[in-house]
Structures are given as structure tokens and as C-alpha cells.
Design a protein around this ligand. Structure first.
Ligand SMILES: O=C(O)CCC(=O)C(=O)O
Ligand SMILES: [Mn+2]
Length: 192
């Protein structure tokens, strides 16, 4: 485990969380199997398309307001449910939903944000699995501006916990270097 941030919240990376063979198989399977769709985001009175595809799976009661859009989850697929169990056993945390992001190429990205929606409760534990192309992930402290950068490899798990979402923002920037597809799955617990 690599400890990336250990003050004002915790950011840990488990680079080899999934054996390569499992990661390869899940990547191909999820690309095909999951209901990837374009998403409209409503911000500052404007509607635009998010620069990535998304999907949302979980327990029926785990509905969630994200980027101003209400998401009702699709029911767990067998392979997603199995991965959730593996993540839950290894982190010793409960999860009832997963938000998937598909970054199609180097132009897809996720802007600076904190996962601080009310539904996540105070100090949420979020476990984030990366599959496919490695992309850079950045964290920035909200008051000191301190920055931490890490590349998230195929098969890795990143965990964000404690007051991390209160003190830090994070993003996955677009880049000029050509990139192929990357899947990210963030397992969350939504309070009902
Ligand atoms: O793609 C990533 O690694 C980050 C995704 C993320 O921050 C989110 O889904 O809230
Ligand atoms: Mn996030």
C-alpha cells in the first residue's frame, strides 16, 4: 500500500489490488457489459455533456444526486457484485452502489471536485478501481493549495477516507498525450 495523503484525510493506493489476469478480464467485460451512457451536467445555469461516459449500479434504495442529476441505480450485475464483495472484504467497509466512469481517450476527464454530496454522509469511504489505460489523478488541498499527483495503474485500488472530501478536491485532467480507454469504478455507500 502507498500512503499518498495522511493529513486532513487519507488517500491510499493499492497498485496491485487485482491480479493482472483478473484486471484484464474485467476490463474487457465491463467495457462491453456495462450500460455506458453520455451524461448531461447542469452547472451555473448551463447544460453541457460530461467529457466521459458514465454508469450507475447499486442497491435499489441507493439513489444519488450527482452533478445536479438524479441517478437511480441499475441492479448489480454478477461481476460487479463480485468485485464489490472483494472491495468490501479487503477494505472492511460497506458499499451499496458504484459510479462508473469511462474515459474514452485523452480528451475525457473529470474536473476538480469533492465527493461531498449529502447522500454520502460525513467523511465517506470511497474505493476506486482503475482498469485499462493509466491516467493521472490529482488532489489539491482546499486551503493550502498543496498538490499530490499519482498515476492510477490497471488493476489498482485508490481509497479516499476520513475528512478527505472536506479538505481536498481531486480531478483526472485531460492530457495531450494520446490515451486509450480507461474504466474507473468508485464504490460508495449512499445513506437513505
Ligand atoms: O476516475 C477517477 O479516478 C476519479 C473518479 C471520481 O473522482 C469520481 O467518480 O468521483
Ligand atoms: Mn470523485
Amino acid at each position: 500500500m502507498n500512503s499518498l495523503i495522511d493529513h486532513d484525510g487519507t488517500l491510499n493506493l493499492y497498485p496491485d489490488f487485482l491480479p493482472k489476469h483478473d484486471a484484464d478480464r474485467l476490463y474487457e467485460f465491463f467495457l462491453d457489459e456495462l450500460a455506458w451512457s453520455a451524461e448531461y451536467i447542469h452547472m451555473f445555469g448551463k447544460t453541457t455533456l460530461a467529457p466521459r461516459l458514465v454508469c450507475w449500479y447499486g442497491d435499489q434504495e441507493a439513489s444519488y444526486n450527482y452533478s445536479g442529476v438524479d441517478h437511480t441505480p441499475l441492479p448489480w450485475t454478477e461481476s460487479l457484485a463480485r468485485l464489490k464483495t472483494k472491495v468490501a472484504v479487503s477494505t472492511q467497509q460497506p458499499f451499496n452502489s458504484v459510479l462508473g466512469n469511462l474515459y474514452r481517450n485523452q480528451n475525457d476527464s473529470m474536473g476538480w471536485h469533492s465527493d461531498d454530496e449529502m447522500e454520502l454522509g460525513e467523511d465517506p469511504f470511497i474505493a476506486s478501481i482503475s482498469l485499462g489505460e493509466a491516467r493521472k489523478f490529482k488532489a489539491r488541498h482546499k486551503s493550502t493549495g498543496e498538490q499530490v499527483e499519482v498515476t492510477l495503474p490497471h488493476g489498482s485500488m485508490l481509497t479516499m477516507s476520513g475528512p478527505f472530501q472536506r479538505y481536498w478536491q481531486h480531478c483526472v485532467p485531460k492530457t495531450r498525450k494520446p490515451k486509450t480507454q480507461r474504466i474507473n469504478l468508485t464504490f460508495r455507500y449512499i445513506k437513505s
